[in-house]
Design a protein around this ligand. Structure first.
Ligand SMILES: [Zn+2]
Length: 298
């Protein structure tokens, strides 16, 4: 079926992909489903064209509250002649609706008014429905870790895994992947490994579409990256280290492009320390004005 947009990749029956970073998944069922509209004026125009051409009630699903996945929404819904509702998970809804929470949860600081430091900023987006309360033609699966309420979406033979998994290039270009809770991200990756059986096509938010053995390899590569990251953090905590020392050790000679990137790396490291503490691998002590992390001998 012609949806009126060039370059759409047909992944299965009524399932289409607008490639980008992030990619947008489109499912043309009784209703039209748009998963992660992404950002930018061009993307917004393309999606608006699809919605208006099909003229069906539309559900826009936001997989998690990060700005790059949802910035296009107000541009899509402005002045549209078709009913278009927005849905997000219960846990990530506040971050979608309130930029202050979103920025605070993503970067670790509320930082309103310091947008030049942030990598990406999107306006408030009203959420009309909570995913957990809906019955839809697509299935949503909790894949927490990158954010607390992130979901993946299964449409036909395709699973859109959002930022639960990254393409190989993304993994190579970042010092370590952004996950607020790397341990939960590992559990979600293992769950994803089970979901890609049955010949499902796997779509990462950022990275190329994979299937079969390539999908399995990508899941395993992401698991390996997180496990190595956690091992290195525990090793750097060693006999006792403060947060900045561990961060410097992790970065080594890597170049960090901007304060925004550095803030994201800091959050991943905090997430790693929290999850290693939960596992009993590291402990923490406050001594006067310093807080020291230490690997625990078990
Ligand atoms: Zn994200």
């Amino acid at each position: 079926m012609d949806l009126g947009v060039k370059g759409l990749l047909e992944l299965g029956d009524n399932v289409f992909l607008l490639r980008g970073s992030p990619s947008t998944l489109i499912y043309n069922g009784d209703m039209l489903y748009i998963i992660d509209p992404g950002h930018g004026g061009k993307r917004a125009k393309q999606i608006k064209r699809v919605i208006e051409r099909l003229g069906k009630p539309t559900m826009i699903i936001v997989t998690h509250y990060h700005s790059d996945h949802l910035e296009a929404i107000p541009k899509i819904t402005a002045g549209i002649s078709v009913e278009a509702r927005v849905a997000a998970s219960r846990l990530d809804k506040p971050g979608v609706e309130h930029p202050e929470y979103r920025i605070g949860m993503t970067f670790g600081y509320p930082l309103e008014g310091a947008e030049d430091l942030l990598l990406f900023k999107a306006p408030a987006v009203r959420v009309d429905a909570v995913l957990e309360e809906l019955s839809l033609e697509v299935e949503t699966v909790p894949l927490p870790g990158h954010t607390p309420g992130q979901v993946g979406v299964i449409a036909g033979n395709v699973i859109y895994a959002a930022d639960a998994i990254f393409g190989e290039r993304v993994l190579e270009n970042y010092v370590f992947p952004y996950h607020r809770d790397p341990c939960r991200a590992l559990e979600s990756l293992k769950k994803l490994g089970g979901l890609i059986g049955d010949g499902r096509v796997l779509v990462p938010g950022h990275g190329p579409v994979v299937s079969g053995s390539s999908a399995e390899e990508l899941v395993n590569l992401n698991i390996k990256h997180i496990e190595e990251f956690l091992d290195r953090v525990a090793e750097l905590a060693g006999e006792g280290s403060e947060f900045p020392e561990i961060l410097r050790g992790l970065l080594g000679s890597a170049t960090v492009q901007s304060p925004g990137h550095m803030m994201l790396l800091e959050q991943s490291l905090r997430g790693a320390l929290a999850c290693l503490a939960r596992r009993g691998v590291v402990g923490v002590e406050v001594d006067g004005g310093s807080m020291e992390w230490r690997a625990l001998n078990k």
